[in-house]
Every structure is written in C-alpha cells, then in structure tokens.
Write a protein that binds this ligand. Sequence first.
Ligand code: F6P
Length: 522
Amino acid sequence: MTQCRCDQTPVWGQLQAAFDTSGQAFDLRKAFAADAQRFAAFSQSAPHVFADLSKNLIDAGTEGLLLELARQTGLEAHRDAMFSGAAINTTEGRQVMHWLLRTPPHDPAMPTQSVHRHMAETLHEVQTTLGTMLAFAETVRADEAITDVVNIGIGGSDLGPQMAVLALDEFVSPGKRFHFVSNVDGHELAAVLRKVKPESTLFLVASKTFTTIETMTNAQSAKAWFEGQGGTDIARHFAALTTNVTAANAFGIRTTFGFWDWVGGRYSVWSVIGLPLAIAIGAQGFKEFLAGAHDMDEHFRVAPLAQNLPVRLGLLDVWYRNFHGFTSRSVAPYHSALKRYPAYLQQLEMESNGKRVDADGQALHYDTSPVIWGEPGTNGQHAYFQMLHQGTDVVPVELVAVKTPIHSLPGHHTLLLANVLAQAQALMLGKADVGGHKHFTGNRPSTFLLLDELSPASLGALIALQEHRVFVSGAVWGINSFDQWGVELGKVLAKDVEARLHSGNVAGLDASTAGLLTKLRA
Ligand code: F6P
C-alpha cells in the first residue's frame, strides 16, 4: 500500500497549529494588501485552463505545509501506481485506468519495457474499440433517416455524456436530436417516446454492468414500445454500451460496444459510454475531447507538485474540509451550456470521496467529501447567492468562465464576464454597513477557472482536472475513491419494498415504512 493516512503524518499537526495561529483569522484583503505578487503566486496555467487560486484563504506557508502533506501521504507514489496500472481500487480488486482511454496510440510516455507489454496490448485494444465506436458514430451521423438518439443509462452512464453533449451543443451538427433517459420514473421515458418515431430513432442502452434496474426497466419499455409501434430492425435501432456484452446479447441487442472493468462508471465518458457525444460532435471532435484530457493527464503526471493544478486544488479541498470545517463547495459555471456540469461533479466527488472508512476499512476521525452543488451563473445569483454572500456558513465557490463566446450577440458576453468577476470581488471584499442587513463580511473564498473557449479539448481538460483533484483529496484522506458500496443497501431494500408494494405484506417493517406503504396501496 503506497498510501499513508493524513492524520498519521507529522505535518498534520503542523497544519492544525498553522490553522490555529494564522489560518483561522486569515484575511484575503490584508493578504492582497501585503503582497503585490499574490495573484502571480496563486495563479497558474495548466493545459487549456488558467486558474486563479489567489482569492482563497491560503498563504505560501500553508500551501507549503499542504504540499508536504501530499509528500508524506505518498500522493506521488499513489498517482504513479494509478498510471502504472496497479490495482489501486483494492476493495474491488481493479485497476484504475480511465486515463488510458485518452492515451494516444503512439504515446512516447508509454513505457516500452517488457513489464509494460501488457499495458501496450491493452492500449491497442482501447484504440481498436475507439476506432470501431467512432466509425459507428460517423455512420449514424451520415444516416439522415436517424433523427433522434435516445441514451438510456443512469449515473456515470448518463451524467458524463449528457453534460458533454449539452456543453458542446455549438459543435453538434444539425439533423440529430439527443435525449437522455435515466430515471426509472416512467414520466421521463414516456415524454421522450411521445416525441420520437421508431423508424428514425436509435436507442443506446448504456450500462457498465447491464444490471442496473432503472436502465434495464427503461430499456425493456423502450424495446416493447419499439416493437409495439411496428419496429422490427432491433440491430439497427438498439445498441448496447457495456462491459457485459453477454447480458446485452441475452437482452436481445446484437449491436454492442464493450469496455473494461477498470473504467469506473463515473469515469466512463471517455469510453464507449461517450458514444452519444461522438455522434453529436463527430469522430474528430471526440478525439479532441480525449486529447484535451490527455494533456491534463500529462500535467498531473509530471508537473512538480507546487505547479500541479489538480494537486493544488485537491489540497485546498483538504484545507477547507478538515481545518476550516467547510461542508460544501458551490460550483458556478458562467456558461449556460455547462448546465449539467454541477450534477456531473456531484457524482464525481461525492460518489468517489463520500467515505467514512480508509482504504483498509478503518473508521476515519476526520471529514471527507464536501457536498457539491450549484447552477450556472448568472442564474444562481438570483437564487442562492444571497446565502453565499450573507449566510452563516462560508461556502468556497468555484467559478468557471470562458474568454471567447461562440455566439455573436453583442454585449452579452461582456456582461456575463463582468458578473463573474464582480461576484468573486463581492465575495472577497464585502461591504461595511452599520445597519446590519446591508453588511457583507466579505473574506469569502473563490477559485476562478478560465478557459479560452468552451471546445471539445478544453472540456476534456476541465473534466480530467476535476477527476484528478478528486484523486488527490481522496489519496490524502487515505480512502478508496474508486468504489461505491454506499449505493448498494438502497438497491437491495428497493427490491424488497417493490415485492411488498405488490403483496401488501408489511410484516417486520418499521412503522413509518409500513404506514406509507399501506397508504400508497389504499
Ligand atoms: O448505483 C451507482 C452506480 O453503480 C454508479 O456508480 C454508476 O455510474 C451507475 O450506478 C450506473 O451503473 P451502470 O453503468 O452499471 O448501469
């Protein structure tokens, strides 16, 4: 095991002491006044992303201790273990290699020694699968008879492709509509089925395991609808994206695209799960999406810790969660097309790091994943930003802005950028007012991520950045960021409750569940 738990390192106590003496009372306004170089010291470029961290409650001394924490917890060795294909997802005995999905075919960084021959073979398989998937995507794009693509999947089999298809809407060639059905609530599928016709629809059944009850139920209903409407050519109108091709075949789907158990669901948009995106933006666009992510992988793999953006962000997350005690992070993308970005990040962070035991199953005595929440700006400003400015909780805000818009409507973009800058200013500066109600304490932290433009490459880099920052905080916390046992109990209980909803048997249930169940059946 390469990891050492953060609370077992010598520097953990030093960080607590630093927090008690200066961290707690840190004042951003004073820090800027005292240091003309603060912006330069706490901002940096990474591939496709410029990041300003200077409006965070941190100074050089604290960042130095946090970097030491990264070293003492063995972050670099853990990162290298991931990139060498070690089975760091120990509770499931799996490698963690979503990064390999975006490794170019002839990557000079790819080791050639015989111990790595297996990895080279796997990369070859990855490239072959990608080629097949992209060829299919191009065929669908050229097929004018297919006007609607319906992705049926949930969690990582929905959030990634949906977020990316929406984000890159400007790159989507006209002639195809994309629909995403995830919820087992039949209202969602029924609403989509009302809009489409069997002869012009391609259903993509996306499920890593091909057992997820929501997806299986929706897929069954879609197939029944298709056949009921006179549809016959299942091979043309249904494709499965899965690691479980056998189950997809048993379901009656012959057109299948496979991937591997070393791709976690929430890390799978780079695999065949990204097919809706590939259809939407084309093979070239999808390759650029992968290339942007690969650029960020390389940055994470080789940049010195002090200039490594995922490392700096992940360590800041630890500082805020474990020393300041902040319970959440709000994400505000100032680009309306990034509307599913907060939801995507919720799964990425909270399913990865929402753990109460370490990688060895020992209980933790410190906090882990923050709550992630947010909406695109400027909308959030007219809803919950009140609380960010004047609420009793301090919530670090992560802003995303794009320098150059794709549209040409005059005035809008300057106004949008003025708002994102002004919000970060207002959070930091605050406003004195004796009256109380109009007083803003200020000193509220924010991080500013800036893209030149929202493109396949920059989106790929932004998402890979987020994946790696989650890796960093998870590694420092000493947890396994790649399993998700916490979702299992609800699944088991739902099966039992479903049977009871049919039978009406409430024996052995708690009084509340029994009461509700009886009311639902009445
Ligand atoms: O229930 C949680 C989960 O396993 C996620 O981790 C995953 O992304 C989602 O369900 C969907 O799983 P699958 O792709 O196997 O249907």
